[in-house]
Design a protein around this ligand. Sequence first.
Ligand code: ATP
Ligand code: MG
Length: 431
Amino acid sequence: MKEALRLALPVLQKLESQGYEAVFVGGCVRDTIMGRTLHDVDIATSATPEQVIASFPRTIPTGLQHGTITVIHGAETYEVTTYRTETAYEQFRRPAQVQFVTEHEADLLRRDFTINAMAMRADGTVVDPFGGMQDLQDRIIRCVGDADARLQEDALRMVRAIRFASEFNMRIAPQTWRALKQHSSLLVHVAMERVGAEADKMIGGSSPIRAIAWMAASGLLKYTKRQLPERIVQAAGEYERKRIHAVPIFEQLNKLDQIDDRWAGLCMGLGLGADEAFRLFDAFRFSTVRTQHLKTVMQVENDMQQALHSYQPMNSSDSLDLSQSDQLLFQTWMETILTYGKDAAASWLRTAAKTTGSNAAMDKLDDWLQTLPLSTVRDLAIGGADILALLQKPSGPWLGQLLNELLRSVVFGEVPNDKKRLLAEAARRQT
Ligand code: ATP
Ligand code: MG
């Protein structure tokens, strides 16, 4: 049994000791069998939500009506959900009502795909009523029960089918695929937050490209509740026809660690302007803070890529002796470091270099990073107090601004990082 499951065992055992049934369920069972890293461990139980709350000292009623209680155990949290069936589906969306039941099989029956409809008991035995194990072996995504009915009940399942198929590099079972193509237009009924969450997992997953191509092939991209920028729908169609690898940035996407670097890379590769990118993030209901961050990443990436593109390597090894062609690269790079800090700058640089494939420039920038005299105002030979004492002025926003200007002067080689010279420069700038 995996470490993550072992850590959660006391939660199962506690419920069992009270006479309830409890099992691991869903993604954690599937990922255990596949030998993948687990990210969350979900538990299903015959205990009612109230009984779950009464069984543990620390709980959060996360989704009480749907039977989900978050149990805090040690340093981990677990979603414990009462066995349930979902009866009344509302217009191709999630059910308005659920019914709690005592049989685990009924609970597995409501789940989307056979590979997600397995449970594992505390002793490690697997409950697999729908052949999930076999489908894992054969690498097939297949609806539990009748695909036609299951995809109509909740149209998000079509997107999930593609997410799992692309992530695991599996096929979609013929009947499931036929039903999916037939019902793709029902996606228009699904809340964009849910589609956005799946899209995030696709772009953050092992093969964003495969996911995009599948999304195009299925027709689903055309039927989102809020329209996606036309260029995405169009471009996705081209990838489906295998032209995707002509665009280098896409091949590199899954080498990027940060999900937002991937979104930014995707938008840039598609040639989306800031406005269109914003429309995309807005359609997916990404938060304002996140959208703002994404815009920044795109802006910086754009600048860096332009600088990398126009960079011509020189023979000079004197790292701060700037040739004409070094200028743009150096400026962009330094401005990024000074504005966003060394770590963020280094991460964005790697992204830009990966997506443009400019190794020479990357080496150059690495050299610069090593020899960088200073990267924040704290590295300056003078501080705010020195300036206040010198100028005899009350502190204010001007002080931070002045320090920043001094930092830039030092970095760009106009003034040495020397206390006397910096004080003189400060006085000069403030008069
Ligand atoms: P991962 O967490 O790796 O993205 P997962 O399979 O755990 O994958 P979740 O969205 O966390 O996916 O859902 C947990 C489980 O709940 C699934 O494995 C599946 O059994 C069930 N499930 C989730 N969404 C649906 C749905 N729309 N319809 C039916 N069952 C679902
Ligand atoms: Mg999960």
